[in-house]
Ligand binder design. Sequence first.
Ligand code: NAP
Ligand code: COA
Length: 268
Amino acid sequence: MIDFSGKNVLVVGGTSGINRGVAEGFAAQGARVAVASRSQEKVDDTVRALKDLGSDAFGFTADVRDMSAVEDGVVAVHDRFGELDVVVSGAAGNFPALANDLSGNGFKSVVDIDLQGTFHVMKAIFPYLRKPGASVINISAPQASIPMMAQVHVCAAKAGVDMVTRTLALEWGKTGVRINSIVPGPIDGTEGMARLAPNEAIRKKVADGVPLRRLGTPADIGKACLFLASDLADFVTGAVIPVDGGWSQNNCGGMSDYLGSLVSRHSD
Ligand code: NAP
Ligand code: COA
């Protein structure tokens, strides 16, 4: 599709779901791919799968809330691969909870993973990015621009992630590093969907609210990342790009009302 042989890619949070699909997408196009997350088991399993795709794969464990663990891991990737051509940052946490049922620590845990964690990744990678030419992609969510009940923590965190993207596009532009956000729609078979749309009837209702009338796949997001990381996108930076079958143009099919009723039912 697009040749990434000889390119070095790091996917933070790349050991399951959407981000693992992204990592596999780059490996299938010939890239060396490193992944990182908290679980050694998930890292090992993903590295095995990437090797099976022919990639000189590597992995490290780190909690993105721990700046020095992220820095140590990035240094290890650089020691092994050399300068990074592509970094995808997508570690995140989510659960549905109304603000009145959410503790300060519950709000903080999601902001710390999604937003502070993104900042840690950006700080850790910058010295090791290929300059000029590197492409950085933050994985956002529709909640960044569309308020949803039971998602105040995610809405606030992901809005921050998109502002990190847009601000660093200004600061990093002169170095020839591009940075963009991808905003996935509802992606089938993922942890995020399992938490927000926990049965088949709801998944069908969500799919009906997507103008293209289907749920997305991790490969849909992987293809968008390949584009953004390639020369085809060499004048694209600071963009926040929905890859969602038009879902966000349709107010996410009324997901807010559904989530509001989901958690009210649970707390009744
Ligand atoms: P997922 O399978 O749970 O993926 C999350 C990844 O991040 C895993 O690899 C997880 O591995 C890692 N992770 C979680 N907390 C971490 C931490 N504190 N430090 C380091 N790594 C951590 O979720 P997903 O549903 O595919 O979502 C992936 C991304 O897409 C997220 O950014 C999410 O907000 C976004 N998104 C998803 C959807 C959807 O429909 N699923 C829609 C819009 C946006 P460990 O458990 O090993 O740490
Ligand atoms: N409703 C309300 N509050 C919740 C909650 C829920 N469903 N789940 C967790 N919390 C609160 C906890 O009660 C705790 O607050 P407290 O100390 O005041 O009780 C706080 O959130 C932190 O919980 P904890 O389990 O200690 O956090 P963690 O750091 O181990 O895990 C999470 C972070 C909660 C985000 C966890 O779900 C996770 O690791 N998620 C990663 C996978 C994921 O979410 N994938 C989907 C990506 S879109």
